[in-house]
Ligand binder design. Structure first.
Ligand code: BGC
Length: 846
């Protein structure tokens, strides 16, 4: 038996983490059951540890820069010792070891002016034989570093996105192979990025500061045991006359490729009040590449169709003459004439049009090699205005996203559902760029609601642990004294009037939903321990809203007596948000008013989670309070739905799905709500009538009532319905059910993953894969609808589990593959249950 898929703190061979006692994770290959493991490093030997756990903590305190090479050896069910597997992890730079100084360009910043990219350079000589070299680097802004002309590391848009005034994350690159004995040069470009460039729906700028700055420390160790450091300081050369004349994440780049930076000035030393911490997240890297089909659009411009809507940028290699120009614009769709349009995501005001998603490129004589450095666009199409005729082989689109391991695969007999699944995966890729975003075009905000809705789906599709843990830091970086959490994290680019929405039900609740779900998917108690105090504070904030009446648009609920104490009827929130217009038309008080139905429901539901978390951690003192509010809010909810305004006798599916999913109703109400939900679906032609919050929940609720009802809704191809998107040509998930068809009321982003959260159901119900404890799964597939087969594969934290079924005449054959060292309880639709250990089994049900 062999340890495979080795990771440290969910990262593959990480260089430069700052987790003091990192945990090593592995999976088993060959054999049935691990009976013991042993980990050996230079300084530590675990000895032979009996048991089947596939994780262990490195027990020694790591030193600054320390690299730990380790081997993991396993013993199988017969007590046979397997071959060792090797890997490593490396600690970053301790706070006190930063010698570098923050540097900036030598100019006085005027906040309204946009500046070209700053170019910094340092030359140095290496006289000894190099053993190893590391570059520790970060920026307030975005940096790209080159050593002797070659890019250091593969991180795009580094150092990623945080609230730079609270936390700046640095990267560590192994640059041993980029250095040479003799003369060397390090050149670093610095752009505005999220720090100073445009962010959010309105393209607001200077959200974290006006002065971009850079911090870099290059450390080289030699064969003779000595070391040298080159660190940013006032001796670094600087100029801002390089080729990138303008760079903005959303707007794009202006490039004059014939330029070279003169480096005639010097960097200015500055300061930043935050000591950087290591980015313990997966890097943002380049992925799939697409070649275009090129045609002429009706307006005469060159139109490139890359066939897939992505978030990323382009690379081209062309031969041209000095001064020839190219203007590229990027978008997700074509207008009614067949020309590229950016209308569906662009905000146009008197002062600004945002985002521009544009590249203006002026050629040098001869070969022009270009790849975008400091921008990412959401696009499938590009339009090129130029007298240069581009050929398909000269240009490629490159998808850029956080480098999470792909773990979830699904296939079934419905081509449309397969396409919807692929679209969801693409939307997930396009919206996970160091933070989870709503869309990669218009807002690009870390909307907490979208992120929490999608967590479980994301965790089936990808190893989402390191990424989501980093995002949880972003969320809690903002937490206020009252315990309140933000609607958007990092919290930038939002107009002041939106600040009242922080604390919004279903959005800010991510503070409890994320760690709870993380714990369930990764069996990782540490996340609960780490965040318990903060979650507790958020729970107090939720409790503080109970029984309060407030806000200019609050209306009496009609609930009386003791129940009133637990109704949440204050603060502003988004309500269910974005239900189809014919189910509930949008009114601006949808987010200017309190929403007692949604908020009281979520408060009870979250208190239930807090009870489970407190029990897991042994925080028994906290239980009575959480129990009081879980049950109190439940009682209040039962009273609320007796009032006419919140009656269960409604066609609004969300109003029925929510209490059923959260188990809020008494028996009689439950029976009524179930029947009423079926009637609501009948009345709506078995189309989907939920909004943001309940769309991921409705199939679970229907499965409880009658799984064929869930299938009927899933298979609906009409608008609104999941399959209507691929039916209408979607390659990513749309924000509006109607998609780009403005005549039908649709428009908005074409890459908004939240509705794809239904994919969670494909894994956990249709194919029935659920993790229920360490090394153990429940596999309870539910076959149904007109599907002839379905199959899911999930490389879980404990190994790859597979479950599928195939209908054959009157029989259905279920196939389940359990990874080594794991077991599963397989429950078939006829109610029979089996215990299965590692390996593949088939079961037949007539
Ligand atoms: C975003 C959403 C977000 C919502 C908040 C929209 O503009 O695109 O995805 O959650 O606002 O209501």
């Amino acid at each position: 038996m062999k340890a495979v898929r080795l990771k440290t703190e969910y990262l593959k061979s990480p260089v430069g983490i700052d987790v003091q006692r990192p945990r090593i994770f592995w999976n088993c290959e060959g054999g049935k059951k691990q009976t013991a493991y042993r980990i050996v490093t230079e300084k530590w030997d675990s000895g032979k540890v009996d048991g089947d756990t596939m994780r262990a903590e490195y027990p020694l305190t790591l030193l600054s820069r320390e690299r730990v090479n380790y081997t993991v050896t396993l013993w199988d069910e017969n007590g046979v010792e397997g071959e060792p597997s090797t890997d490593f992890f490396e600690f970053g730079l301790s706070r006190e070891d930063w010698r570098a100084k923050w540097i900036t360009g030598d100019y006085t910043v005027r906040p309204r002016t946009r500046y070209p990219v700053d170019c910094f350079k340092k030359e140095f000589t290496v006289t000894k034989n190099i053993k190893k070299a590391r570059l520790y680097i970060t920026a307030c802004g975005l940096y790209q570093a080159k050593l002797n002309g070659k890019k250091a590391g593969d991180f795009c848009l580094a150092p990623g996105y945080t609230d730079y005034n609270k936390r700046v994350q640095y990267q560590t690159y192994d640059v041993t192979d980029l250095l040479e004995k003799g003369a060397n040069a390090i050149e670093i470009e610095l752009a505005d990025g999220w720090y100073r460039g445009s962010i959010g729906a309105w393209g607001r700028r200077n959200q974290f500061g006006t002065e971009t700055k850079l911090l870099a420390q290059l450390e080289t160790e030699f064969d003779d045991g000595t070391a040298e450091t080159v660190a940013t300081d006032g001796s670094w050369l600087w100029s801002c006359d390089g080729p990138i004349r303008f760079a903005d994440n959303k707007d794009g780049e202006v490039v004059e490729s014939f330029r070279e930076p003169s480096y005639t000035g010097h960097a200015k030393v500055t300061a930043h009040g935050v000591v950087p911490s290591a980015s313990n997240n997966v890097p943002v890297t380049e992925h799939e590449r697409f070649s275009p089909v090129i045609t002429r659009s009706p307006n005469g411009r060159q139109l490139l169709d890359f066939g897939q809507n992505i978030a990323g940028y382009i690379e081209f290699h062309i031969s041209a003459h000095l001064g020839q120009r190219m203007v590229w614009r990027f978008g997700e769709m074509l207008d009614e004439n067949g020309d590229l349009t950016q209308k569906n995501f662009q905000l146009v005001t008197k002062r600004r049009t945002t985002p521009l998603q544009k590249i203006e490129y002026t050629c040098k004589e001869g070969q022009n090699d270009y790849k975008t450095t400091f921008a990412v666009f959401g696009f499938r199409y590009a339009e090129l205005e130029s007298d240069i005729e581009i050929k398909p082989e000269e240009v490629e689109a490159i998808a850029v996203y956080s480098d999470m391991e792909e773990t979830g695969f699904f296939d079934c007999s419905s081509a449309l559902l397969n396409k919807f699944f692929a679209a969801t995966k693409w939307s997930a890729k396009g919206n996970h760029l160091d933070i989870p975003t709503d869309c990669p075009t218009r807002e690009r905000h870390g909307w907490t609601g979208d992120a929490q809705i999608f967590f479980v789906t994301a965790a089936y599709l990808f190893d989402f642990a390191a990424f989501s843990e980093k995002y949880l830091c972003d969320v809690y970086d903002w937490q206020k004294k009252s315990g309140r959490l933000p609607q958007i994290a990092p919290h930038g680019g939002v107009d002041f009037y939106m600040n009242v929405m922080d604390g919004s039900t279903g959005w800010s609740d991510i503070g409890i939903l994320y760690p709870y779900r993380f714990y369930k998917m990764y069996g990782d108690r540490a996340i609960l321990e780490k965040y318990y105090c903060k979650m507790k504070k958020y729970a107090s904030f939720l409790i503080s809203r109970c029984g309060k009446w407030g806000g200019p648009y609050a209306r009496a609920t009609g609930v009386r007596g003791n129940a009133k104490k637990y109704i949440v009827n204050c603060g502003q929130s988004y309500d269910e948000w974005a239900e189809p217009a014919d189910v509930k038309s949008f009114h601006w008080t949808d987010f200017a008013a309190p929403h007692p139905e949604v908020s009281t429901a979520y408060t009870s539901y979250l208190m239930g989670m807090m009870i489970e978390i407190a029990e897991t951690l042994g925080k028994t003192d906290d239980l009575p309070l959480y129990r009081e509010y879980r049950d109190g809010c439940k009682r209040a909810y039962r009273s609320l739905v007796k009032t006419p305004a919140y009656s269960l006798d409604t066609d609004r599916q969300a109003r029925l799905v929510r209490p059923l999913y959260m188990d809020l109703l008494d028996e009689k109400q439950t029976e009524f709500a179930k029947a009423r939900l079926i009637k609501a679906l009948e009345n709506y032609g078995w189309r989907l009538g939920t909004g943001f919050l309940s769309t991921p929940l409705i199939l679970d609720v229907l499965t409880e009532i009658d799984h064929e009802a869930a299938y009927r809704l899933l298979e609906n191809e009409e608008i609104p319905g999941w399959l209507s998107m691929p039916k209408n040509g979607a390659t990513t998930v749309w924000e509006a059910w109607e998609g780009p068809d403005s005549k039908k009321g649709g428009i908005g982003s074409l890459n908004h993953y939240s509705k794809g959260a239904v994919c969670e159901w494909l894994f956990k119900t249709m194919c029935g894969i659920r993790i229920d404890s360490e090394n153990h799964f429940t596999v309870k597939p539910v076959s149904g609808g007109s599907f002839m087969h379905a199959e899911a594969k999930y490389a879980s934290i404990y190994g790859k589990i597979e479950s599928g079924w195939k209908r054959n005449g009157g029989t259905t054959v279920f196939t389940v593959t359990v990874p080594p060292n794991c077991s599963a309880t397989v429950i078939l639709p006829d109610g029979t249950a089996y215990k299965q250990s590692a390996g593949k089994m088939t079961y037949e049900v007539k």
